[in-house]
Design a binder for this molecule. Sequence first.
Ligand SMILES: Cc1cc2nc3c(=O)[nH]c(=O)nc-3n(C[C@H](O)[C@H](O)[C@H](O)COP(=O)(O)OP(=O)(O)OC[C@H]3O[C@@H](n4cnc5c(N)ncnc54)[C@H](O)[C@@H]3O)c2cc1C
Length: 427
Amino acid sequence: MLNDLHSHGLWEASAPPAPSTLPLDGATEADVAIVGGGYTGLSCALHLAESGKSVVLLEAHEFGFGGAGRNVGLINAGLWLMPDDVSAVIGRAQGERLLEVLGDGPALVMSMIDSHGIDCELRRNGTLHCAVDARGLEELKQREAQWKKRGAPVRLLDARETADRVGTNAYVGALLDQRAGTLQPLAYARGLARAARAKGARLHTSSPVISAERHGSHWDVRTQAGRVDAEWLVVATDAYGTGPWRSTQEAQTRLPYFNLATAPLDRTSLGTILPGKEGVWDTRTILSSFRLDREGRLVFGSVGALRNGGAGIHKAWARRALARLFPQLAKVDFEHEWFGQIGMTEDAVPRLHAFGPNALGVFGFNGRGISPGTVFGRELALLILGEKGQDDLPLPMSGLKPPSLRGLKEIYYEGGAQVAHLVGDRL
Ligand SMILES: Cc1cc2nc3c(=O)[nH]c(=O)nc-3n(C[C@H](O)[C@H](O)[C@H](O)COP(=O)(O)OP(=O)(O)OC[C@H]3O[C@@H](n4cnc5c(N)ncnc54)[C@H](O)[C@@H]3O)c2cc1C
């Protein structure tokens, strides 16, 4: 991607090629103009095109340039927030609706992958949220109870079953979420693009939107070399918004997160490390995550940016941490490295914002955007198709106010992760 091996790492190296696209050139018309070629924009484009709407999607760089091509690939259900806390933030009715659609989010992702034949290393084996201590286990017990109350197929595993499934004794228990799974994130984004194009959506890459103005009942959306006249505008730029959509980036605090991928593990290691191929993350504040790819590489990640002094600190920490978790990997080299920015909102709930009449955006997925981005792309499409009203959407409308002390928090997250990984001897 843009010839930068540190932006999309393994995913760029192993994804099927992107569908070939051209920048927008000249003037065109559409029912809907969509800005951003990640999961939200591409899911919206695909759902609209399937229902016969004419769609033009404009992506500044390439599909998956933002979080969609850089993430861990955990297809999670729900939000970071405890289920019961969601109602406290946005109210009971909308909160329960949000939990329902996001609880079903992985199923939507998997069914779209199936129905469009997307080759993206999908595994439906669930995820394991692993407790590192008694406090973490207590949190997982509460999560289990709150999800079970809502009928979700989650199960708390004891230390022994966790050790069997993960291949280490490092954890005191884990919450298995059978709704969840893993995928190759960039391959999923490219597959959505291919599917949307096959249904008639017109997709343009290398086409940063530089302005969008309301003229009469339409939006005039401009790039350097082209313009789209559209009845509706969808903004799907999340933490990577630029130009007029920098506001979506600034309405969030960005948390850097890196990933390192080993060479394919040998057969013996693969027999003990995640033999069931679940995705894993833990209960630490500065969390770690890991999962296997199709070739048996371990993708290991944590908070931090691989730049300036951070690159050396985080990689050295990752080697130590991996060796403590899996001593048999003490000598394994990392073959790929990359990082990205996770957009966090102050209350950990995504944002639905109206940029004007018939102009909507959803962003702020707090590190959970694979299913929520796909779900909200569909929700916006249903609204535009008239199949849902604004009041049926499972999120309240919100403003674009930047989080308090945003800049300081970003410095603190990046620097704090370096300090923690430099001095933290515990994993
Ligand atoms: C390192 C990392 C790890 C993560 N791990 C996970 C995980 O395991 N599971 C999970 O569910 N989520 C995870 N996430 C979060 C997830 O990747 C995001 O929430 C998701 O990508 C959001 O999708 P999106 O389509 O809304 O935005 P993005 O994927 O960020 O796409 C936005 C797009 O908009 C484009 N754009 C911006 N401005 C303009 C403009 N002016 N004109 C045209 N195009 C524009 C950008 O180039 C970009 O391609 C992670 C994120 C990161 C960074």
